[in-house]
Design a binder for this molecule. Sequence first.
Ligand SMILES: [Zn+2]
Length: 152
Amino acid sequence: MTKKNPNALAPDHWIWSKFDELNAQHFRGQLEPPQEILRLQSTTWAALTVNTMANGTPCRLIWLDGEALDTDPSVAADSLLHEMVHYELAAQANGDGDQTHGTRFVVRADEIGRSLGLPSCCLPGFTAEQHLQIARIWPKVQRQAVQITSAK
Ligand SMILES: [Zn+2]
């Protein structure tokens, strides 16, 4: 019997319904649920990791900022959506766990962003390097930009 990771979120945690909701909304429900969604301790980062299990199948894990999970569900949900884009791209690339924010990521993020009324990662007047920085924190930074603009 495999030992459960103590940081794994329980099957009845709200994040799992959020995964299903975002999957249906943006990925036509085609993403297989990851093996685990886990809580990261004392960090603001989120991540997708892909390992190959002994039987050869990929083991995909989504890690989310533990503090956001407890105190700011909308930030945790945005982090989840970000990782789900990596997840989809990783699945298309046969599970290479691609964590980059290159063209493939930006195209997909912007497609989802448009449906949410969010600005593109490629804001005019910014360099390619800055677009990459923006993509790295998509969609949180786009939401903040919309809030700032609408507060004017
Ligand atoms: Zn990322």
